[in-house]
Design a protein around this ligand. Structure first.
Ligand SMILES: C[S@@+](CC[C@H](N)C(=O)[O-])C[C@H]1O[C@@H](n2cnc3c(N)ncnc32)[C@H](O)[C@@H]1O
Length: 218
């Protein structure tokens, strides 16, 4: 059972603004086919948090065919696109958690993860919403516990406010992670990975430069 701490509550939309009719029965039947249920001792996992329309999960599944991607997202319109792409591409190594990443973390009693991706987490730019931000030092330390040795966390953001907040969170847990690209913060995401997500494109179209943090577990 998920403990009710403010920081692990889910905020934001589960449906798109278009209010396009969705056959929820069919949706949950498809979710069930790909649903993350429990960890398997023999498997190495990648955690993809807040996947939106699922571009990162499809990318990771193709890039790492020997790993299982756990895609966490509660946004139904996005998950429908992800599920369609899983089926169209005949992808076998994505499991979906249609909900809060904290529910997955609470089930991880071992170091199951080789990699964690967090692409454009909601910045919650207003001061009064700051408590809703996902990336905090407590959250990073939680991830540290479930990461295998030398594993990495990638975080992308295009929000100046969130950038400062993330920097502060990294500083507060500096004994847990090495910030690998500290001297190269201005490098483009495309210098590392050929991936474009909805929020990446939004940032580029609005002339906001996304920053990428790469942290390695110490
Ligand atoms: C700004 S969107 C970014 C989507 C996508 N990664 C991209 O780059 O286009 C952030 C997403 O994170 C999801 N999210 C926020 N908190 C979450 C949580 N605790 N667990 C799972 N997903 C979460 C939201 O539903 C939202 O779809």
């Amino acid at each position: 059972m998920l403990s009710s701490n403010y920081s692990n509550r889910l905020f934001g939309r589960t449906r798109g603004r278009s209010k396009k009719k969705i056959n929820l029965k069919k949706y949950y039947e498809t979710v069930d086919k790909y649903k993350f249920q429990h960890f398997n001792e023999e498997t190495e996992y990648i955690l993809d948090i807040g996947t939106g329309y699922g571009e990162t999960s499809i990318f990771l599944a193709k890039q790492f065919p020997d790993k299982v991607i756990i895609s966490c997202e509660k946004y139904i319109d996005g998950n429908i696109i992800l599920l369609k792409n899983i089926e169209n591409n005949k992808i076998k190594n994505i499991l979906l958690h249609n909900g809060n990443v904290y529910e997955v973390l609470e089930r991880a009693n071992k170091k199951y993860f080789k990699l964690v991706w967090i692409f454009f987490p909601d910045p919650w730019p207003k001061n009064r919403h700051a408590k809703r931000r996902l990336i905090t030092s407590d959250f990073l330390i939680k991830l540290h516990k479930i990461l295998k040795e030398n594993s990495e966390i990638l975080i992308a953001t295009d929000s100046k406010i969130y950038l400062r907040f993330i920097l502060n969170s990294i500083y507060n847990c500096k004994e847990f992670f090495l910030w690998l690209n500290q001297s190269k913060m201005n490098l483009h995401i495309k210098d590392y990975y050929d991936i474009e997500t909805k929020y990446y494109k939004k940032a580029i179209n609005s002339q906001r430069k996304p920053s990428l943090f790469i942290l390695r577990k110490i």
